[in-house]
Design a protein around this ligand. Structure first.
Ligand SMILES: CC(C)(COP(=O)(O)OP(=O)(O)OC[C@H]1O[C@@H](n2cnc3c(N)ncnc32)[C@H](O)[C@@H]1OP(=O)(O)O)[C@@H](O)C(=O)NCCC(=O)NCCS
Length: 182
């Protein structure tokens, strides 16, 4: 099991830190926005209990080494700008999956790239990962542009991969592979 406890990851404008119970109202606001959740793997949340359960799970996953789920905080005012995660961590395979979202007011400012560069650096450096995957719906242009900018490559279409609110969705598998960048 990898030791996922970390000091905060700092970038020019952002602080990536462990989620804490007091984040629940802001996390709910983020995951309740239909625009943010348009291409997500589950429907928007509507209850504070959903945010609280996610934070509890993030804390358990941190202890078990299964996932590293971080708050993305704006350093300017300390507000929750988004969240990102390395989940399905398979240390023996040196592989994990990346997830991320930002609140709409933060879009288009290079902030996701800034946050994920730090997260990737941590995953590839401290955690010793060699392959980081991401699953993205084909219509999520912003997310695909972001991944391409970070050096991910689209590998293949996974048909009927997600079931979201009664609909079936195809998903594209993207991956950053260390071997391709050495
Ligand atoms: C995907 C998301 C995190 C991107 O965040 P962002 O902060 O706007 O992205 P950035 O500003 O860092 O942009 C990164 C790159 O993607 C490009 N990009 C961002 N949004 C874009 C859009 N709507 N259309 C085309 N390109 C876009 C940027 O131009 C930039 O490329 P560049 O550096 O070459 O200029 C954000 O749109 C979001 O939270 N969406 C909702 C949640 C979601 O779908 N998460 C991903 C699930 S797989």
């Amino acid at each position: 099991m990898p030791d996922l406890r970390l000091s905060d990851l700092l970038t020019e404008r952002l602080r990536l830190r462990a989620l804490r119970p007091g984040d629940a109202p802001d996390l709910l606001a983020l995951y309740a926005d239909p625009e943010v959740m348009r291409h997500w793997i589950h429907p928007p949340w509507s209850l504070l209990a959903q945010a609280q359960a996610a934070i509890d799970e993030a804390q358990r996953d941190l202890t078990s080494g299964r996932a590293l789920h971080l708050a993305i905080e704006a350093r300017l005012d300390g507000r929750l700008a988004g969240s990102c995660a390395l989940y399905d961590i398979a240390p023996e395979q040196r592989r994990a999956t990346l997830g991320y979202l930002l609140a709409a007011p933060y879009w288009g400012k290079g902030m996701a790239r800034e946050a994920l560069q730090a997260m990737l650096g941590h995953g590839l450096g401290t955690l010793g990962l060699e392959r980081i995957e991401a699953e993205v719906t084909p219509h999520n242009v912003a997310s695909q542009s972001l991944l391409a900018r970070l050096g991910f490559r689209r590998e293949r279409r996974l048909p009927a991969r997600w079931h979201v609110g009664g609909a079936t969705r195809d998903v594209d598998l993207w991956a950053f592979t260390l071997a391709c960048h050495e």
